[in-house]
Design a protein around this ligand. Structure first.
Ligand code: ADP
Length: 255
């Protein structure tokens, strides 16, 4: 469903993403894991076609820049950016009209999601008067209404209360069951511990480890935390020269 091949993005001389490659199948939950500044948001923006980059990205077999690809992708940004002067309900009407979705069934779906996220009572409230958590829920519903085959969630759990976190995790697992491919970027390992199928660990712009959960099945119950620290220990200890490596002046890894 998603194939990212040798994605490279530079800001000036600095590599925000360097030769990043990974893929996700239908019904898989991938986590893009790395500390702040690792390059997660940049990778997500490149996948969405919001930034220019080198390399190749396909979604459902289509180049990510095509409208065919954009039609099947949903995105929840790190910072919700609702239309301040629209009410909660008006957001969903807007999405339904913009995507030319079937009005009746999409409104029913919006109702169901509003109930789940306890937004029903806020239907007539202006988005600007809602908390960040509630704005995030509007964002998630807007992304889901067109029933995307591929969902990108950039740090989706930051700033949410434990109840909302539980609901979003449950929703992610349901979407997986329905065959949606889901990519979640996060710096909070714990938040995705129970739900990942594939983990892509990003440090200083590069993928330093990729693992599928099933690789560990029957061997031992591997925790994402252990995988993360095993992959990143040498880098955290300074075995990589930060500035040189990221600007490409030295290439100790030989790639
Ligand atoms: P993450 O999402 O993992 O926190 P980002 O993708 O936001 O990381 O950032 C990766 C690197 O690229 C960081 O060093 C960041 O400072 C830099 N960066 C991000 N956006 C820009 C930009 N618009 N201009 C210059 N540098 C940027």
């Amino acid at each position: 469903m998603l194939v990212v091949s040798k994605l490279t993005k530079k800001y000036g001389k600095m590599y925000a993403n360097r030769e990043v490659s990974f893929s996700l199948e239908k019904g898989e939950i991938g986590v893009l894991l790395g500390p702040n500044g690792a390059g997660k948001s940049t990778a997500i923006k490149c996948i969405l076609g919001l930034l220019r980059f080198e390399g190749e990205i396909t979604i459902g077999g289509f180049s990510n820049k095509t409208s065919d690809a954009k039609r099947i992708i949903g995105y929840v940004p790190e910072m919700p950016a609702p239309y301040e002067l629209l009410t909660v309900g008006e957001h969903f009407e807007f999405i339904i009209r913009a995507y030319k979705l079937d009005y009746e069934s999409s409104m029913e779906y919006a109702e169901e999601l509003m109930q789940r996220f306890q937004l029903t009572e806020k239907r007539d409230s202006l988005a600007k008067n809602l908390s960040k958590g509630m704005q995030q829920k509007i964002s998630i519903i807007c992304a889901l209404l067109p029933r995307p085959q591929m969902l990108l969630l950039d740090e989706p759990l930051v700033g949410l209360d434990p109840y909302a976190i539980k609901q979003i995790k449950a929703l992610i697992l349901e979407l997986k069951e329905q065959g949606t491919a889901i990519l979640v970027s996060t710096h909070m390992i714990d938040s995705v511990e129970g739900i990942w199928d594939k983990a892509f660990i990003l440090m200083k712009g590069r993928i330093v480890a990729s693992h599928a959960k099933e690789d560990f099945r029957g061997v031992w119950q591997e925790s994402l935390e252990r995988i993360f620290f095993a992959a990143t220990e040498s880098i955290a200890n300074g075995d990589w020269d930060d500035d040189e490596d990221r600007t490409g002046d030295s290439d100790k890894r030989g790639t």
